[in-house]
Design a protein around this ligand. Structure first.
Ligand SMILES: [Zn+2]
Length: 187
């Protein structure tokens, strides 16, 4: 019983298609084999986790620590008279503490937001590259005789260990394309 409906393209190296199989079919039929491991599909990049409670908690803790430090420092250096506030802490110290807390909190949080945006940008780029690589991988053929992979129309065979380079290449690899006829335009 033959599952293949369309004939495999010929290998660009040996010019035969008798030992050519679709890479995805090889991987699907025996994913544990060493060959399938080498020909495995490109893995999708992992999305960046959102800024969560842990980050918020961390930012708050850092801000509180900075505020306490600022209050202590002001208490040590100021000569203003003590007031009847909490534990006899001076007005200026409390004011310094609150300002420090706000600044540090906004600063730390801003840093996380900036980092998140940067990671998201990197992820988007990686995702686009992975998507293109996956599409190419789906079209990839393997020739068992020559131990290499190729895309239909490709004029050269790529060694198996360079498969990733082939599918992640920015441009479509060299193809036996005919230059489009230049259209004569009249004006
Ligand atoms: Zn071949």
């Amino acid at each position: 019983m033959t599952a293949d409906t369309t004939p495999s393209p010929c290998c660009p190296q040996c010019g035969q298609n008798d030992m050519v199989r679709l890479v995805s079919a090889i991987v699907r039929s025996d994913p544990e084999s060493p060959l399938a491991q080498k020909l495995a599909a490109p893995r999708s990049p992992r999305p960046v986790p959102e800024i969560g409670c842990a980050t918020l908690f961390f930012g708050t803790m850092v801000s509180i620590s900075a505020a306490i430090f600022a209050v202590g420092l002001t208490e040590l250096t100021t000569t203003a008279p003590r007031t009847s506030l909490l534990f006899g802490v001076r007005d200026t110290s409390v004011f310094t503490g609150i300002i420090t807390f706000l600044f540090v909190f906004v600063g730390v949080h801003g840093m996380f937001v900036w980092r998140q945006a940067r990671l998201n940008r990197i992820f988007r780029r990686a995702f686009v590259a992975w998507h293109r690589a996956s599409e190419r991988w789906q079209q990839l053929f393997y020739c068992a005789r020559c131990d290499g992979v190729f895309l239909p129309g490709q004029t050269t065979l790529t060694p198996v260990d360079q498969m990733r380079m082939l599918i992640y290449a920015r441009r479509q690899p060299s193809q036996a394309t005919v230059a489009p006829p230049s259209r004569a335009e009249g004006g």
